[in-house]
Design a binder for this molecule. Structure first.
Ligand code: ZEM
Length: 286
């Protein structure tokens, strides 16, 4: 148990659980980043619903969304941290875990502020279907991410998270990793998008993805149709080209956009206190 508000202590314990020899590529990092993203990526700016506040994924309505398949692994990894630092809310823990994981995997230091609550306001529950579908193209990406308030540059910068982790046939139906070292944060994803030949492959389950087989290393890398769309749409492509050649610029832009992602729907006063968390006043502790 740490003192309430000692986020440093929590960060240390998250960093300690990163190494998972029995799990994917030996690391909990990528799935923790995906948990943070999916907890926040339900936001809808127009109705001010969804977002990381409330940690709605603990409940079936959101947690059972097929788009969230596999994220229970991330939540289970974090459970001992929650037990030890019981004062932290899940909404803070999940977003902080994403930020710590990115740093631990060699990525940038992303600013992070706490204060989210775990109170769920029924009227703000996001409907299913708000997270992107990898089988789609650029229109779909714009429709999903503009809803959250992101622009084309931000969509491409956020997609750089696909430097990390892999697809699992029993979760999304897609299969494989985007890069050779999927636990090292870098701009390799953009470089491979542009430098390799990607051909369409239909998996045994009927799902189509793009693959590149490298004879020398005998490894097959993959891209989702939405990843390939970033190279085919000229407005997206110019950012892919920039991030492929300028890693520092990618790190800088990724930092800003990931910070924006985990703050979606959260209003703070000048002291950084969240002013719109539903807690005692109106929300209920689900
Ligand atoms: Zn992902 N993502 N994502 N993503 N993602 C997967 C895995 C990971 C899309 C998508 O369909 C998928 C963002 C954006 C988008 C991560 C981070 C971020 C998988 C594989 C799919 C299918 C899931 C599986 O089978 O386990 C689509 C269509 C996106 C639209 C652009 C953004 C934004 C992210 C963070 C900023 C990460 C880290 C993973 C790897 C997870 C893991 O378990 O290894």
């Amino acid at each position: 148990m740490s003192k309430k508000g000692d986020f440093e202590a929590v960060r240390k314990d998250i960093a300690k659980l990163m190494h998972q020899p029995e799990y994917d590529d030996g690391s909990a990092g990528p799935v923790l980043v995906r948990l943070a993203w999916h907890s926040a990526g339900t936001y809808d700016a127009e109705t001010d619903t969804g977002g990381s506040n409330g940690a709605g994924m603990r409940y079936e309505a959101e947690g059972g969304d097929p788009a969230n398949a596999g994220l229970q692994h991330a939540r289970v990894f974090l459970e001992p941290v929650k037990e030890k630092h019981s004062w932290i809310t899940y909404a803070d823990l999940w977003t902080l875990a994403g930020v710590v994981a990115i740093k631990q995997m060699g990525g940038p230091e992303i600013p992070w502020k706490g204060g989210r609550t775990d109170y769920v306001d029924d009227s703000k529950l996001p409907p299913r279907g708000r997270l992107p579908d990898g089988a789609q193209g650029s229109d779909h990406l714009r429709w999903i991410f503009y809803r959250m308030g992101f622009n084309d540059q931000e969509i491409v910068a956020l997609s750089g998270a696909h430097n990390l982790g892999r697809c699992h046939s029993d979760r999304s139906g897609f299969e494989g990793a985007w890069v050779n070292n999927p636990t090292r944060f870098s701009n390799q994803y953009y470089r491979l998008l542009l430098s390799l030949q990607w051909r369409k492959k239909t998996l045994k389950n009927g799902i189509e993805q793009f693959v590149n087989y490298d004879e020398d290393s005998e490894t097959e890398l993959m891209m989702l149709p939405t990843d390939i769309a970033l190279t085919q749409d000229p407005k997206f492509r110019k950012w892919v080209e920039l991030y492929a050649r300028d890693k520092d610029r990618f790190f800088e832009d990724f930092t800003k956009v990931f910070d924006k992602l985990v703050e979606l729907g959260i209003q703070r006063d000048e002291n950084g206190e969240i002013t719109n968390s539903d807690n005692e006043n109106g929300g209920y502790h689900a």
